[in-house]
Design a protein around this ligand. Sequence first.
Ligand SMILES: Nc1ncnc2c1ncn2[C@@H]1O[C@H](COP(=O)(O)OP(=O)(O)OP(=O)(O)O)[C@@H](O)[C@H]1O
Length: 458
Amino acid sequence: MAQPDTFGRYRVIRHLGSGSFATVWLAHDDRLDTPVAVKVLAENWTHQLDIHQRFLEEARILRQADSAWLVRVHDIGTLPDDRPYFVMPYADQGSVADLIARKRLQLDEALRLLTEIGQGVTVLHRHGTIHRDIKPSNVLLQSSPVGQRVLVADLGFAKAIDGASGFTQAAGTPGYMSPEQGSPAGDLDVRADVYSLGAVAYELLTGRRPPQPPVRVPPSRLRPGLPRELDALIMSALSADRGQRPPDAKAFTDRIRAIRMSPGSRRRTWASRLRPVGRRTAAVAAAVTALAFGTTAAAGSPGLEFTAVRAAAGDLHLAVPGAWAQQFHSGLSPGVDGEPDAVDDGLLVATDIDAWGDGDGAVSGVFAALLPRERGAGGADGLTPTVGAVPCAGRVERRTFADRRWRGEVWYWPDCGGALTMAALRSTTADRTLYLEVRQPDRRPEVVNRIIAGTRLV
Ligand SMILES: Nc1ncnc2c1ncn2[C@@H]1O[C@H](COP(=O)(O)OP(=O)(O)OP(=O)(O)O)[C@@H](O)[C@H]1O
């Protein structure tokens, strides 16, 4: 396949891939100065009227649906040899299939992707369209200023809901396709896509596509510890009997969202992913001294006397409300699922350290960790993906912080099992970054500033 120079005003850069009916090229829109992906009908199908029509129909559906959850179509054209093409934004991070091949996904990341894929399919169902070929390679990922965007793509098999009844041509991809799609007389409805969403969920969580229906091995058998409701939802979506499935993509997605936000699978904050290296309670307790803050520390925070606590390794000093300093852990190491080996030193001070990770709102405390410089290269923003990830539903307040020791950003969730604060702060004097989490059921944001101001490197 020779590389063309241009498609209309789009200058071709390189081949991105070829599917059954089309080829996709990376090109550059010189007028708007932006990369684009151009999908061109394959030469051998140019004169096959039904394929030609279906290609244009894909572009029309995407244009009409015009959704942030679907790949958008900006332009359409015809080449001199009569082949149609359409122009989309370039998804620079590849597909979800590439992502799964690269790494095992954390539960929260898998649930986030599923929620976003489900939103895209919900848009299609509202538009009156069944996708019929939802699978990880048809979900694209694009960088954006606000994080990664998930785009449902490839509507080459999409069908109007009204016209799907009695449709005879089998279409879909084995492993992701509902049993009714494989049967010649199977009339289809949106529950065919719900089956595929279940199959994608299965693969996102286990790394393997489900076996042919009827599926009998639940995902938790391959990945122990999944929330029970999640296992049950995926198995119901994968029911051979579509009457047992959630009725549409919205119902499926709402339940995934609810599971994601439930305390059991809420995104674990950094502190709760760290494993204590032995119990050093006694050693650290010995390092606790009353701090000479006196009444000034308590001003504005009635009843809060601050206490100084030092990490066993010695170079991190915290000032925390004395009432919180019931239990300590010093020296925490990355504990779970290949978390980065990034923590130099960590200190957890809380009313109950064993309940810290539960996030149920009963614990007050502070977790502090020093990170090597490169972790936050490029300013405190380098920590945004870690700190700015959503630990629970609801409002978040984001602000900057600067005093003579620390500069950075603070995120505050007033309703996250009590109030939760996360902060990423650069030392103004040393080559270190401080990551802080503060949990407090009684919601006193001013306490956070006191804690930051009282944190010192020595
Ligand atoms: N907007 C885009 N940005 C970046 N890559 C894209 C874009 N659209 C499609 N691609 C890539 O181009 C390749 C071909 O896509 P296409 O949709 O034609 O077929 P497919 O999904 O690979 O196969 P089939 O249609 O047979 O299921 C895929 O690798 C796909 O990831």
